[in-house]
Design a protein. Structure first.
Length: 247
């Protein structure tokens, strides 16, 4: 079991929801009960994988990356499918795998208008893949991709099922986060061209030793603004009240 979890545990936790969403695409929209059960079973199966990861996690070495998978992904820029968890990401993943099934259970008889459980549940499953992947990613490009995957379902859920001003809120959310994404990506690329790696553990070991002070401050500033907008953080949070009140 330990070898299986080391090789496949995190990938299952990340991509099982996406596989469930793909299955739901093949099921006619009218079969609402089937969609509900597929979504619930998928998230419960993903949560079961999470329980196995929790049970097999080495709590004496929480600062060490565990269940690590490191495979070639985009050889041209040496970006890798590198996922792992440590003591910081573990509780975030556990919370995600707990909350998502609860959201589906709550939504069982409370789907918002326009009534389309199929689309709503597919977006929730895609959102789960993005969230778990974000917490596991150890490569900056992989992290960026998963982070953006999280934003797409949020945009559609606000824009389609939000309140009276949902279109304004969703467009504002999209434009702000798009600007934040651009700042993040430029900063990641600058770090790669200067340090030669997208790998977060490698960059952490380097600790910017080869960077000039001004260059390091510029890269930090780009990341700070990007994350400050996307998280969001005061005073870059002006999209948040509209998005949350309309969601």
């Amino acid at each position: 079991m330990s070898d299986f979890l080391d090789s496949w545990g995190l990938s299952l936790a990340i991509f099982l929801p996406l596989a469930g969403a793909a299955v739901m695409l093949l099921i006619p929209r009218a079969q609402e009960e089937t969609h509900k059960w597929v979504a619930l079973v998928t998230t419960l199966a993903t949560a079961a994988v999470g329980v196995l990861l929790l049970a097999n996690f080495d709590y004496d070495n929480t600062g060490v990356l565990q269940f690590q998978v490191d495979e070639s992904w985009i050889p041209l820029i040496d970006s890798r499918y590198h996922v792992a968890i440590d003591g910081m990401s573990l509780p975030l993943i556990a919370l995600t795998l707990l909350v998502v099934p609860l959201c589906i259970i709550y939504s069982w008889k409370h789907f918002p208008e326009p009534h389309n459980p199929k689309a709503f549940l597919i977006l929730i499953l895609i959102l789960e893949t993005g969230m778990v992947g974000t917490f596991c990613a150890q490569d900056l490009i992989l992290f960026f991709v998963f982070f953006e995957v999280v934003l797409l379902p949020m945009y559609f859920m606000i824009g389609v099922w939000g309140g009276p001003n949902r279109q304004y809120a969703s467009i504002k959310f999209f434009l702000f986060t798009l600007f934040g994404s651009a700042l993040m990506l430029v900063s990641f690329l600058a770090l790669y061209f200067l340090e030669g790696s997208f790998q977060i553990p490698v960059l952490a070991e380097m600790a910017g030793a080869d960077l000039a002070r001004t260059t390091g401050l510029l890269i930090f500033g780009g990341m700070f603004l990007g994350f400050g907008i996307k998280v969001p953080m005061f005073p870059f949070h002006t999209w948040l009240p509209d998005a949350h009140t309309q969601a």
